[in-house]
Design a protein around this ligand. Structure first.
Ligand SMILES: O=C(O)CCC(=O)C(=O)O
Length: 252
């Protein structure tokens, strides 16, 4: 009986947490979900990502900067002989990655994404992002431009180790930049960069307050694809590693 009550309480707490997170995600374009994946799966993923980065860097070719992107292909491994250069390196997708993905979707994050997308999500991309020590900050960007009729997409940045200090280069987010209603004229704008600087976007950026979240291994930040953000500068002496999972609305 006591076991049953504990389980019931657990479910109420968990359901409440994911409901609050969904509300937060809709309102601001960002929410943090704690303790998403068991520690052993996160540790295995970090070990794998670090070894795959070593394999990639051992190949001929050049890398652009020291923020490395490993794009997994969850639906079948690519012949390794096809990956002879850094630019076409594809990391191996293994059973433990599949377990990690299932674990993400089975728990609180699965509820948040399903709620945000209005149904079962489809995985569109899974990428490990490793910022080596000395990596510079990215310019503020959004991963998609807002389009009224485009299917919604949510990216989950899963911490593969504790990222508790700003000098480790956590992702910086600009809350309330994901939908037209966040902007003065009710029109969504991309963040200003060297190519396009809409005066209203410049002003919006000046008025916005960037936010980063201390994360423990296995915590994640869910972000609307149109939300402004930027990878931070890694001023620490250790690589900062995330797994970025993007889910889209299934179009029937
Ligand atoms: O490295 C990060 O923290 C975020 C990277 C990112 O946002 C991107 O490459 O689009």
């Amino acid at each position: 009986m006591i076991q049953f009550i504990i389980r019931l309480l657990d479910e109420v707490i968990m359901h409440g947490t994911s409901t609050n997170a969904s509300i937060e995600l809709d309102a601001t374009g960002i929410c943090v979900v704690r303790d998403v994946v068991p520690r052993n799966l996160v540790a295995a993923a970090l070990f794998d990502v670090s070894s795959q980065i070593e394999c990639m860097l051992a190949l001929p070719g050049r890398s652009y900067g020291t923020r490395y992107f490993l794009r997994y292909r969850p639906y079948g491994n690519v012949e390794q002989k096809e990956c002879q250069e850094r630019s076409n390196f594809v990391p191996k997708w293994t059973k433990s990655h599949a377990e990690l993905l299932a674990s993400v979707l089975d728990g609180k994050v699965g509820d948040v994404i399903t709620g945000a997308l209005g149904g079962p999500p489809a995985l569109s991309e899974i990428t490990a992002i490793v910022a080596a020590p000395g990596t510079k900050a990215q310019t503020v960007h959004s991963d998609s431009n807002f389009e009224e009729t485009a299917p919604r997409a949510i990216t989950c940045f899963l911490a593969l180790h504790d990222i508790l200090e700003e000098r480790m280069g956590p992702t910086k987010f600009y809350p309330s930049t994901h939908v037209p209603a966040c902007f003065r004229q009710g029109k969504w704008l991309p963040p200003p960069d060297d190519h396009y600087r809409h005066p209203m976007a410049v002003r919006h950026l000046e008025d916005s307050k960037e936010q980063w979240f201390p994360l423990r291994a296995g915590d994640c930040v869910c972000m609307d694809h149109c939300c402004w953000h930027a990878g931070g500068a890694n001023k620490s002496d250790r690589s900062r590693s995330l797994l970025s999972l993007t889910f889209v609305q299934k179009v029937s």
